[in-house]
Write a protein that binds this ligand. Structure first.
Ligand SMILES: Cc1cc2nc3c(=O)[nH]c(=O)nc-3n(C[C@H](O)[C@H](O)[C@H](O)COP(=O)(O)OP(=O)(O)OC[C@H]3O[C@@H](n4cnc5c(N)ncnc54)[C@H](O)[C@@H]3O)c2cc1C
Length: 438
């Protein structure tokens, strides 16, 4: 085989791209990460709510998220290299998935948690009232916009209870996590180039040949991995594989909001994260007695496609009002934040058609994708790195992953990860909740 500059080129140095580079480098592959941003984690990683939870609706989704938590719990050990900026920390404040009634997401989640041994507590209404005395547990859903009459309707019942995961929580600094992965990969011999844009994917001997850069130069490698976040579709087009994939990805605009915590408690110290499908929000503690609020993207909330380089503008008044009023209904002691005090983050998701990521090979030999992370894969960064490295090694050694989806053993829990779940040519997964709790 002709000598190449690297064994693998990773496009993107966000938290997923960094994990892919680290996993490949620690297996001895000569790896180059190329990112057009100024440093690691400046893409959607920087805006992540970084919620760590296990409430997925597919068995592989739960297994990945449960194993993924262990990477964060063992973060410095897993990385095995220092970072001059310190390490991102997992804050295990726990997370409650509120149960509105007999129907609901808990019905999919609970049996999988039982099968896989994911720890949880079942809180009935009385237990939930005791754990969250400042919550109004009335049912107002389904979610509506504050501008709709339904939003202001009377309550029509009471919350049944909650599933509480004590191991869930959030990572305090998502961008630092990506930097940690860069340093860990570099310690294994990986290289990183920033402010460097990939503008073409050349072919060589009927397979991927490397990347062309904006300055006109070419870097060669037999393996290229697209981890370009919201630019994933564009990079797939450069590689000529976009049309051959059944599941597509799209960049959509997304807002999260920061509101002051309740005056009657220190929510940062004593609060827990919550997934509230009745209101259409998830929320979690944020340093300084603040609360981070995100929409679960229920059907009434707009999914706004936005070009990956398009200006995002400021937080919208409609989004701010709807979501701060939603959390006010659940925690009336918060008080309604004033409209002119809008605080939060605007960024974009790389959303797949069914909100499940694509971790796969493509029809172009040597060209792989870790994309479509749909606002919910920060937590799985370590797992994504592990499964992509396993997949790349297996496929490059001749495994026919399309005919016989690779099964990977999760690093910490030993659970089976069926990579068929993440195939590019799957049908839209009807089990997906099509919403996101962070
Ligand atoms: C608002 C928000 C909240 C979220 N909340 C959660 C949550 O609570 N829990 C959770 O698990 N997940 C969450 N997510 C999702 C999670 O943050 C993402 O899945 C994850 O950060 C994606 O990482 P990435 O490395 O794939 O992409 P990115 O971080 O977007 O990185 C992609 C990189 O590719 C680079 N790039 C693109 N095109 C090119 C090119 N042509 N040449 C060179 N470089 C290129 C970009 O510069 C960028 O740095 C959230 C996401 C958002 C936006």
């Amino acid at each position: 085989m002709t000598e190449t500059d690297y064994d693998a080129i990773v496009i993107g140095a966000g938290v997923i791209g960094g994990a892919v580079a680290y996993e490949l480098a620690r297996r001895g592959h000569r790896t180059l990460s190329v990112d057009k941003g100024p440093g690691a984690g400046y893409g959607s990683t920087s805006a992540s709510s970084a919620v760590i939870r296990f409430s997925y609706s597919t068995e592989t989704g739960v297994a990945a998220a449960w194993d993924g938590m262990h990477y964060w719990k063992n973060w410095a050990d897993y990385l095995g290299a220092d970072d001059e900026n310190g390490f991102a920390q997992l804050v295990q404040c726990g997370m409650a998935l509120l149960i509105q009634g007999d129907e609901g997401h808990h019905n999919k989640v609970m049996p999988i948690w039982d099968r896989l041994g994911v720890p949880y507590e079942y809180w009935d209404h009385a237990a939930l009232s005791e754990k969250a005395p400042n919550f109004d547990l009335s049912l107002y859903g389904p979610p509506a916009r504050a501008s709709d009459d339904e939003f202001w309707g009377e309550a029509h019942g009471q919350m049944v209870g909650a599933l509480f995961s004590p191991d869930a929580g959030y990572v305090d600094d998502p961008q630092l996590a990506a930097h940690n992965l860069q340093r860990a990969a570099e310690a294994q011999g990986a290289s990183f180039r920033f402010r460097t844009e990939v503008t073409g994917i050349p072919r060589r001997d009927d397979r991927v040949g490397g990347v062309e850069l904006a300055d006109g130069s070419t870097i060669t490698a037999p393996v290229v991995v697209n981890v370009a976040g919201p630019h994933s579709s564009h990079v797939n087009q450069l590689a000529g594989v976009y049309d051959s994939m059944n599941i597509k990805t799209q960049s959509i605009r997304h807002e999260t909001y920061h509101v002051p915590g309740p005056p009657d408690m220190d929510f940062t110290a004593d609060g827990f994260a919550v997934a509230d499908d009745d209101s259409g929000i998830y929320f979690r503690p944020q340093p300084g007695n603040n609360i981070l609020v995100g929409t679960t993207d229920p059907p009434c909330d707009p999914k706004v496609p936005v070009g990956p380089d398009e200006e995002l503008g400021e937080l919208t008044s409609d989004g701010w009002e709807t979501n701060t009023l939603r959390i006010n209904k659940r925690m009336p002691t918060l008080g309604v934040p004033l409209p002119h005090e809008k605080k939060g983050v605007v960024d974009r998701y790389d959303k797949s058609d069914d909100w499940i990521p694509i971790y796969d090979r493509t029809d172009l030999d040597g060209f792989y994708v870790a994309i479509g992370t749909s606002g919910n894969q920060f937590k799985n960064a370590g797992v994504a790195g592990h499964i992509m490295a396993e997949l790349i090694e297996a496929v490059e050694a001749g495994h026919d992953h399309d005919a016989d989806p690779l099964q990977v053993t999760a690093r910490y829990t030993g659970l089976n990860l069926d990579l068929g779940t993440f195939r590019r040519n799957r049908e839209i997964n009807a089990d997906s909740s099509m919403t996101v709790h962070g």
